[in-house]
Design a protein around this ligand. Structure first.
Ligand code: KG4
Length: 338
C-alpha cells in the first residue's frame, strides 16, 4: 500500500491531499481572500498566509483521509514553477515532515501535476483516464499551452502563449469592466445570460500552435473606451453580452489551435487542465468537438481545475513507483518548463 501526502503552495492556495495507491482520499484547499482587495496576488502576503495555513490544512487532509502520519509512504511537494516565497513554505514543510517521519521526499513540477490530475482515481476501479499519447490544453492564470503527453513524465510543449495567458485575458478584461478579481469565474457566470455573437473582437494570427491574447485585451479595452465616450453606462447595460462575446472569442482562439494540433498530429485523445478549464464555454466547446470530430475528451472535476494538492500527490505517486526521490538540499525554483 503506497500512501502519498501531497503539498501544494505555488501561488495563493495552500493545499494538502492524500492519495493511496492512486485513489484520492482527501484534498483540502485553503484559498487566500487577502489578495482580493489588491486585484491580484501579493507574493509576500501569499507566503505569510501559507505559513499560517499549512499545518491546519495538512492536519485536515490526514483526518479526512483517516490516515495517520506514520502511514505516509512519502511526501510530495510542488518545487516550481511559482512564487518563490510561497514555494519555500511547502518545500520547507515537506523537508521537516520527511526528516521527522524518516520518509522520502518527491519533488513535483506544478505544470506536469496539472496534466497528471487526469490520473487521479475516485475509486479503486476507476478506469477513466487518458491514453498515451494525448494532447492536453493547459490553461490557467499564468499558462496557455498545448502539451503533447507521451507518458506520465515525458511531456512536450508544442504550442504556448507568446504574451498573456488565457486566464489573464479573462481577468484583465473583467477588471476593465469592474468585475473584480479573479474575473474569469464572473465572466463565465454573466456570459450564460448574454449573446456571444453581439460583439466581435479581434483574433490573433500567429504561426504554428502558439497563442497570443494581448491583442484581444487591447481591442477589448479600446472598444469599451470608444463606447464609453458616447454612453457612460455602456458597460452596465451590456455586461452579459460583453462577457459572452469575450468568452466566445477566448474559447475560439484556444480551440482553433488545439483542433489544428489534433488534426496534424492525428491525436484524438484530448484533455484540458488548469484554472480556465472550469470555464463552461470551454467545456461546452470540448463536448462539441468530441461530437463533431470524434475526440475522446478528458475534462477534470472542478476540484482539480484550480491549484490543488491532489494533482501533486498523484504525480508523486508515479514518481514513487519509479523510485525517483529528491534530497533534503532541494530548493524551489520560480521558473521551470514542464
Ligand atoms: O490554475 P489557476 O487556479 O492558477 C493560476 O494559474 O493562477 O488558474 C486561475 C485562473 C484565473 O485567471 C481565473 O480567472 C481563471 O483561472 N478561471 C476561470 C474560471 N475559473 C477560474 N476563467 C474562466 N472561467 C472560469 N470559470
Amino acid at each position: 500500500m503506497i500512501t502519498i501526502l501531497g503539498i501544494e503552495s505555488s501561488c495563493d492556495d495552500t493545499s494538502a491531499a492524500v492519495i493511496r495507491d492512486g485513489v484520492i482520499l482527501s484534498n483540502v484547499i485553503a484559498s487566500q481572500a487577502v489578495h482580493e482587495r489588491y486585484g491580484g496576488v501579493v507574493p509576500e502576503l501569499a507566503s505569510r498566509a501559507h505559513q499560517q495555513n499549512i499545518i491546519p490544512v495538512v492536519h485536515d487532509a490526514l483526518k479526512q483521509a483517516g490516515v495517520t502520519k506514520q502511514e505516509i509512504s512519502a511526501v510530495a511537494f510542488t518545487r516550481g514553477p511559482g512564487l518563490l516565497g510561497s514555494l519555500l513554505v511547502g518545500t520547507s514543510f515537506a523537508k521537516g515532515l520527511s526528516s521527522a517521519l524518516n520518509i522520502p521526499m518527491v519533488e513535483v513540477n506544478h505544470l506536469q501535476a496539472h496534466v497528471q490530475a487526469h490520473f487521479i482515481k475516485e475509486t479503486p476501479d476507476d478506469t477513466n483516464r487518458p491514453e498515451f499519447p494525448f494532447l492536453c490544453l493547459l490553461v490557467s492564470g499564468g499558462n496557455s499551452q498545448i502539451i503533447l503527453v507521451k507518458s506520465h513524465r515525458q511531456m512536450e510543449i508544442i504550442g504556448q502563449t507568446i504574451d498573456d495567458a488565457a486566464g489573464e485575458a479573462f481577468d484583465k478584461c473583467a477588471k476593465v469592466m469592474g468585475l473584480g478579481y479573479p474575473g474569469g469565474p464572473v465572466v463565465d457566470k454573466l456570459a450564460k445570460q448574454g449573446d456571444p455573437g453581439r460583439f466581435i473582437f479581434s483574433k490573433p494570427h500567429i504561426a504554428g500552435y502558439d497563442y497570443s491574447f494581448s491583442g484581444l485585451k487591447t481591442s477589448f479595452l479600446y472598444f469599451l473606451r470608444d463606447e464609453l465616450k458616447t454612453d457612460s453606462g455602456f458597460i452596465g447595460k451590456n455586461k452579459e453580452d460583453l462577457c459572452a462575446s469575450l468568452q466566445k472569442t477566448i474559447v475560439d482562439i484556444l480551440m482553433d489551435k488545439l483542433y489544428r494540433a489534433s488534426k496534424e498530429l492525428k491525436i484524438k485523445e484530448v484533455a484540458v487542465a488548469g484554472g480556465v478549464s472550469a470555464n463552461s464555454g470551454l467545456r461546452a466547446a470540448f463536448e462539441d468537438y468530441s461530437r463533431r470530430y470524434g475526440w475522446k475528451i478528458h475534462i477534470p472535476k472542478f476540484a482539480y481545475t484550480t491549484d490543488n494538492a491532489a494533482m501533486v500527490a498523484i504525480s508523486g505517486y508515479y514518481k514513487y513507483l519509479d523510485g525517483e526521490f529528491c534530497g533534503k538540499d532541494v530548493a524551489p525554483y520560480a521558473r521551470v518548463s514542464i
